[in-house]
Each structure stands twice: as C-alpha cells, then as structure tokens.
Design a protein around this ligand. Structure first.
Ligand SMILES: Cc1cc2nc3c(=O)[nH]c(=O)nc-3n(C[C@H](O)[C@H](O)[C@H](O)COP(=O)(O)OP(=O)(O)OC[C@H]3O[C@@H](n4cnc5c(N)ncnc54)[C@H](O)[C@@H]3O)c2cc1C
Length: 432
C-alpha cells in the first residue's frame, strides 16, 4: 500500500500516525517545528485526570520515533499538492537544522557554550534559550537546531563555538533547504491551533503589566520544567503569587475585538490551573471570573465541584471590565460586575491569568490552498459535515482531526485522530 501523510505532530497527529503505522502502513509525519509534541508537550498537568502531561505524551512521541513505519520530517511544511485521492503528489520543504541529525546525540554541549541568548518561544517568552538549542528536554528527535536568525555565524560570520565544542562533529553550517517529493494515498491534517494574542484588549493590560499572563504562559510558570522550576513567582518582582485571578472568555464569545465562538476547553483548564495553585499552596486565594461554566464532559461537573468544595477555589460570575496595576507595589486591581448580584466591585491580585481563545493558525490559509480544502470564517479547516462526517473534508482522501478544525480538548482530539486514521487507511487499501 502507498504511504499516508500526517500534517502536524501534536497529540492528534501523533495518534493518527501511530494508528496508521500499527495497521502496517508507511507514514510520513510532517511537523513544522524542530520537534513533535505540539501544545500538549507544553502543558503542566492535563485534566481531568491531572496526569503530568509530558509523562503521558513522551512515550507516544518516542514510539513514533522508533516505529519502523513512521518517518518524521521536522522543520518541514507542505508547499504543493497535486493529484487526488489514492494518488497525491506532495512537495514538502524541509528547512535546514544546520545540525546533522544522524550525528547529533542531544548532549546539549553546543547550547551550554553558545554565547547568544534568545527569547524562548517554547517557554512562552518567560525565559531565554541559546541560538543553538534543543526545543525542550523530551524533544523528539532529541537533536539540536541552529536558529539562523540569531546565530552570530549566520548573521555576522563570527563565532562557530558550537562547531568547535560539538563532540560528535554534528554542526553543519552548509545545510540547505531540502525539497521532498512524496507520493501518498491519503492525508490527515492535524495542524492544531494557536492562542489569541490579547494585547489589543487594552483594558486587561496584557503586554503592559508583567503579571498579566495568558493561560499558556501560566502553564509554563507552574511547571517544574518551567522558568521558575514550578514556583509561582510573579514575573514583575519574583514575589510569590498568593492571590491569583483567572479571567475567562478573553477574546472569545464576543462581537467586539476577538471571536464570537466559545473556545470550549477554557472553563476546564482554568479550573485545572486553579486547583494546581491550591495544591502548591492551600492558603492561596484563587478566583475564577466566568460568564457561564461550560462543563459538559464526563466527570467535569464533579471536577469543578471539587475545586470549589475541596480546594476552596472561588467562582465569580462576571467578565472583568478592567485590570489596573499599582506602580508602587506591582499589585493588580481587577474591576468587575458580579452579575449574580449586580454589584460593581474590585479585587486585588498578585497575578491575573487570561484564558484566551484557541484560534486557527495563519498557515492554514496556504495549506488549504495547496490541499484544495475549504476554511470556515475563522480559518479553521471545514469538515464535510460536522454532524455526520466530522473528520472528512470536501476533498476525498483528506481528513481532519484535533484543533485543526476548531477548539477541542485532548481526549476529543485523540478520538478524532483514530477516526481520521481509520478513514485514511481505508483509502490506502482501496487504492492498493
Ligand atoms: C492553556 C491551555 C491548557 C490546556 N489544557 C488542557 C488539558 O488539561 N486537557 C485537555 O484535554 N486539553 C487541554 N488543552 C487543549 C489541548 O492543548 C488541545 O486539545 C491539544 O493540544 C490539541 O492537539 P492538536 O494535535 O490538535 O494541536 P496542537 O497541539 O496545536 O499540535 C499541532 C501541531 O501541528 C504543527 N503544525 C501546525 N501547522 C503546521 C503546518 N502547516 N505544517 C506542519 N506542522 C504544522 C504544530 O507545530 C504542532 O506541533 C489546553 C489548551 C490550552 C490553550
């Protein structure tokens, strides 16, 4: 049978690739960053089980890497697609790592000795990494990458320290972009989502006040492998954040700035993050501002009830109107109307966490053109029929899973991935 392509190496893409490979199909897993893993690799714990996120994901990432039927193409993106179901010709552009993957052992000596510090996007900008770096400790493949935009050698023709210290002789400044031409029977799109940038919502002060974070930034802050080793030190002055406020629906369910749809997982992940704070310090004060709680999954209501009754998380019904910062103390004041009783009031906090909506990735536009797929009005990929054919698309042989077609949680993304893999395998069999 011809191979199948999976585009996007988050938890959905990984699951789809494993399912296909276990059915005996050859899989090309195309991921645009230097490692597979996606957003799940960045999370501290996952609800509703509160398992360590990377502990659940890492074995799947390694299984993907070791599976004889899976080829992982990192730093790669689909550029052109021709043909049709059973016979797609796909042009993939692989950016150079400037490190020979077959030689690099992932020892990290190059990173230790590299003199150039760069804002670390994987740690949500809360700390720095080096210009030659391994994306995160559990990265797959565990291979260094040179960030050419910041590397002194590529920018100014000086340095080359990494090449001098690499014991494996893996640094390769001469690598060029590579074009791969792959013929596949079917394609699974698992390109996920990105977080809405709340800077335009001036009333919340994101970008102006250091202690106003997004929920993804909070995930890194609270994580033991994060910039503070999991201590809830607020970024402005390193003081322990004792009073934390979560603001729900930031950029979602609005007709002003932002998006009208519900981001569907924020009520639950805010509850998870609130519980995590209470587990770190039971005496902390945690308030969750919400419009209405969408806790529709199995066991979710019990999870929220437990957050309230067992951990003492306080839920306030209302969307805050403004966050102000006291320049003398760095403390935040949150102004809100409690819509349960109509009171306009304010609350002090050390840290505010904005639960921003999950939006489509901008690359979807180009990818949709290449694949001949339709996007919805917010640039998520469109299912053939969200009720009866949720993983199928208007293009026979191309299937969707995970957040590539809208916000959803990990269990739903994984279930869909198995569905998309089953459909893709069926096409591969039909066109043997
Ligand atoms: C703050 C926060 C906390 C959360 N907590 C939980 C939780 O506790 N439990 C839970 O169930 N869910 C949680 N979620 C939701 C969860 O993150 C998603 O359900 C899950 O990450 C979706 O996986 P995915 O594979 O569809 O997408 P992603 O994780 O976004 O992965 C997509 C992958 O595709 C790659 N990619 C994108 N475009 C391209 C392209 N054009 N070509 C090649 N590769 C591409 C990306 O680099 C990425 O690796 C949380 C979400 C947020 C924002």
């Amino acid at each position: 049978m011809k191979p199948v392509m999976v585009i996007g190496g988050g938890v959905a893409g990984i699951q789809a690739a494993l399912d296909l490979a276990d059915r005996g199909l050859e899989v090309h897993l195309v991921e645009k960053t230097p490692s597979i893993g996606g957003v799940m690799a960045q999370l501290d714990k996952t609800l509703p089980t509160m398992d360590c996120s990377i502990c659940i994901l890492a074995p799947k990432m390694i299984e993907c890497f070791r599976h004889p039927n899976i080829t992982i193409h990192t730093q790669s993106q689909v550029k052109e697609v021709s043909g049709g179901t059973g016979n797609f010709d796909v042009k993939v552009l692989k950016e150079p790592r400037s490190v020979d993957e077959s030689k690099c052992t992932g020892c990290g000596i190059c990173s230790q000795k590299c003199p150039t510090k760069v804002i670390d996007g994987w740690q949500e900008g809360l700390t720095t990494r080096k210009a030659v770096y391994i994306m995160f400790p559990q990265a797959v493949p565990l291979t260094a990458t040179i960030d050419r935009e910041h590397c002194l050698y590529f920018q100014k023709g000086v340095c080359q320290v990494c090449s001098k210290v690499c014991p494996a002789g893996a640094i390769d400044y001469e690598q060029r972009p590579e074009e791969l031409n792959l013929n596949v029977s079917s394609i699974v799109v698992a390109t996920g989502f990105q977080e809405y940038d709340p800077t335009e919502l001036k009333e919340y002060g994101y970008g102006r006040f250091k202690d106003v974070l997004t929920a993804m930034e909070f995930e890194r802050l609270v994580c033991a492998s994060g910039p503070t080793g999991g201590h809830l030190n607020r970024p402005s002055d390193n003081k322990l954040a004792h009073r934390v406020a979560f603001v729900q629906c930031v950029g979602s369910r609005t007709h002003k700035k932002g998006y009208p749809f519900c981001s569907s997982v924020c009520c639950m992940y805010a509850t998870k993050e609130a519980v995590l704070i209470k587990e770190h310090d039971p005496t902390s004060e945690v308030n969750v501002f919400y419009m209405d709680l969408k806790v529709f999954g199995k066991g979710f209501q019990q999870f929220v009830n437990r957050a309230k009754s067992h951990y003492g998380v306080n839920y306030v019904r209302g969307r805050p109107g403004e966050i102000r910062m006291n320049p003398l103390t760095n403390d935040l004041t949150i102004w809100y109307e409690d819509t349960a009783n109509g009171d306009v009031s304010s609350m002090e906090a050390d840290l505010a966490v904005l639960c921003t909506t999950m939006i489509a990735r901008p690359e979807n536009v180009e990818l949709a053109k290449a694949l001949g797929l339709e996007l919805d009005e917010w640039d998520f990929f469109k299912s053939l029929n969200p009720l009866t054919n949720p993983v199928e698309t208007g293009m026979p042989g191309v299937f969707l899973c995970g957040c590539s077609h809208g916000p959803r949680d990990i269990p739903e993304s994984v279930a869909e991935a198995s569905g998309a893999a089953a459909c893709a395998a069926e096409v591969a069999r039909r066109f043997m």
